[in-house]
Design a protein around this ligand. Structure first.
Ligand SMILES: [Zn+2]
Length: 488
C-alpha cells in the first residue's frame, strides 16, 4: 500500500498529538516517512518462523508501520524535551499520552503482550480475568497460557516502562506474589477517563476494522468466528493477529469483550500512573493543552515530499565511511567500512529494546540506511529473523537476530567503498565485534542531544537542516524544502 496524502495527514495528526508543536510534528513525519523506505520489515526476507504452530506474530502494512514509526520518532523528541524542558516542560497530560504510546510500542506486534498491558497495567484486572480475556480473544482455551507466563509478561512490561519513565513513576510495595504495580491516580475522574480513551483509540492499529461482536455478546454463549484461527492459512493468521491486537487495544471492542465476559467495566478499572511532581511545573511554562491542529496545507505536504525525495537520493549516493548502529535511539556500535570485507558487528539486546537503526556516515553527512523492529515472542524473547535492506549502488544492510543478539552486516561492491585504513579504527571495530555494550544510560544521555527539540518559535531555525528560515507571509520556508505555516 502506498502512502498517500490522507496517510500523511493522519501521520501528522498523531505526531502532533504526541508532540504538540507544529514544526516538530512535521519533522517527526519527515523522519518517519524516511524510515519507512528502509524499514526492513517492509523489504523483508525472513527466516521461517511464522509457520510454527502456536506462534503468533503481526506483519505490519505501510500504514501501520508509519503509525509505529511516528511513535518511535516522537519518543526521541519527547525524551529530549523531558531532559531539557524545552521548548516547554511536559504537562501531566502529555506524560499520560507518552504512557499509552510506550505501551502501544511494547505490544503493537503481539496480542498476548497487548492483552497483558491492557488488563494488568492499564486496568486492574486479575491474572485469572486476564486469562479469560486472552482465551476469548484467541477463541480457544487450548492456546491459553499459564499464570506464570502472564506474570512474566507483566513483569517485562513493568520493567520496560520503568526504564523509559525512570523517576517520573514509582512502584508501590510489591504484592503477596512479589508483583509490582505502579502508583496510580486515585480516583480516576471522568475527564481523565475520556482522555485515556482518546489516547487508546489513536494508538490502536490503523487500517483495521473493528471485530464485529454478535449483538448482546456473551462470551460463554457466542463464538466469534472472525477471531478464530485457521492454522493452515498463514496470510489470514497474520491479519488475524493484527485484528486481535486491535480488539484489546482499542477502547470500544475491548469494552464489548469485557462486558461479554461479565467483568467490571474498563472505565471503573482504569489505572493511570501518578507522575511524580515534574520539575518547575508552573503552568505558565507548560505548552499548549491538547488541541487538534489544522490540517497540513498543500505547501507543507509538498515540503515533506521534497525533503523525503532529497533524502532518498542522498541515501542512494552515499558512500559511507562509517556505519553506526543505534538501539532504541542510543548509539551502540560504530564500524569502519573497509574495501576488502563486509563490516560486521554483533550487539546484545536488552528486554526493553524495540528498534535498531543502521546509519551511514560520509564526511559530515549521516543518513539512515536501515531500520529493524525487534519482534518478540510470547515470552518476550527477541524473535529470530533475518532481514535485508537493499540500498543503491548494490550495497546492502543485513541483520540477523538470534538468541539475545543482533548481528548487522554492511556490504557494498569494492569500487563503491572508499578505503579507510587506521589502527584506531580497527581497535574500535574489534571492541564492538566482541559485543561489548556501551553503558546504556550514559549513551542515551549523550546521544539524545543530537535530536534537538525545536527552538522557540521566535527564532525560526529550520528543524530539518537548522538554517535560518525565511518569513513567507503567515509561514516559514527553508531552502531545504521545509515549510511550516504559522498557527497562533
Ligand atoms: Zn531546512
Amino acid at each position: 500500500m502506498q502512502i498517500g496524502n490522507q496517510d500523511i495527514q493522519q501521520a501528522f495528526q498523531l505526531a502532533h498529538f504526541l508532540f504538540p508543536d507544529r514544526p516538530t510534528a512535521i519533522q517527526i513525519v519527515i523522519r518517519s516517512l524516511d524510515a519507512l523506505e528502509v524499514a526492513a520489515q517492509r523489504q523483508v526476507k525472513r527466516l521461517k518462523h511464522i509457520g510454527k504452530r502456536g506462534k503468533t506474530k503481526v506483519l505490519l502494512g505501510d500504514v501501520q508501520l508509519v503509525q509505529v514509526l511516528i511513535c518511535l520518532h516522537a519518543d526521541q523528541y519527547q525524551r529530549a524535551q523531558e531532559m531539557t524542558e524545552r521548548p516547554f516542560p511536559p504537562s501531566e497530560e502529555q506524560m499520560l499520552v507518552r504512557w499509552f504510546q510506550q505501551l502501544a510500542l511494547l505490544s503493537h506486534a503481539n496480542s498476548f503482550h497487548a492483552t497483558v498491558g491492557q488488563c494488568r497495567i492499564l486496568h486492574r484486572y486479575s491474572t485469572s480475568e486476564t486469562r479469560s480475556v486472552y482465551e476469548t480473544l484467541m477463541q480457544s482455551a487450548d492456546r491459553g497460557k499459564d499464570d506464570d507466563q502472564f506474570r512474566r509478561a507483566k513483569s517485562r512490561l513493568v520493567h520496560a516502562l520503568v526504564w523509559r519513565f525512570g523517576e517520573r513513576v514509582s512502584l508501590s510495595p510489591p504484592g503477596p506474589r512479589g508483583e509490582e504495580n505502579f502508583e496510580s491516580m486515585e480516583p480516576v475522574e471522568e475527564p481523565a477517563r475520556a482522555f485515556a480513551r482518546e489516547c487508546q483509540s489513536r494508538m490502536a492499529p490503523w487500517g483495521v476494522s473493528a471485530v464485529r461482536f454478535p449483538v448482546d455478546y456473551r462470551a460463554e454463549l457466542h463464538e466469534v468466528k472472525q477471531l478464530q484461527s485457521s492454522p493452515d492459512d498463514e496470510d489470514r493468521e497474520i491479519a488475524l493477529e493484527l485484528l486481535r491486537v486491535h480488539t484489546v487495544a482499542h477502547p470500544s471492542p475491548f469494552e464489548t469483550l469485557i462486558r461479554g465476559l461479565g467483568m467490571e467495566s474498563p472505565d471503573s478499572t482504569l489505572l493511570l500512573p501518578r507522575f511524580s511532581k515534574l520539575m518547575n511545573n508552573d503552568t505558565d511554562r507548560t505548552g499548549p493543552g491538547f488541541r487538534e491542529p489544522l490540517e497540513l496545507d498543500s505547501e507543507e505536504v509538498a515540503g515533506i515530499e521534497t525533503i523525503t525525495k532529497t533524502n532518498r537520493r542522498g541515501r542512494a549516493k552515499l558512500r559511507p565511511q562509517v556505519i553506526r548502529v543505534r538501539v532504541n535511539g542510543a548509539e551502540m556500535a560504530q564500524m569502519q567500512v573497509h574495501a576488502d570485507e563486509p563490516a560486521s558487528v554483533r550487539i546484545p539486546l536488552n528486554p526493553g529494546d524495540t528498534w535498531i537503526e543502521v546509519l551511514g556516515k560520509e564526511d559530515l553527512l549521516v543518513v539512515l540506511l536501515a531500520l529493524i523492529f525487534i519482534e518478540r515472542d510470547d515470552e518476550g524473547r527477541p524473535a529470530p529473523g533475518k532481514y535485508e535492506v537493499q540500498l543503491g549502488r548494490n550495497s546492502t544492510v543485513k541483520a540477523e537476530i538470534a538468541g539475545n543478539h543482533i548481528r548487522v552486516d554492511y556490504a557494498a561492491p569494492q569500487s563503491t567503498i572508499k578505503k579507510i585504513v587506521g589502527e584506531a579504527a580497527e581497535q574500535v571495530r574489534e571492541l564492538m565485534d566482541v559485543g561489548l555494550p556501551m553503558p546504556r544510560a550514559t549513551t542515551l544521555r549523550l546521544k539524545i542531544s543530537d535530536v534537538k527539540p525545536v527552538q522557540p518559535s521566535s527564532e525560526h531555525f529550520c528543524p530539518n537542516c537548522e538554517r535560518v528560515m525565511k518569513a513567507d507571509g503567515q509561514a516559514w520556508r527553508c531552502k531545504c524544502g521545509f515549510y511550516v505555516r504559522e498557527t497562533a
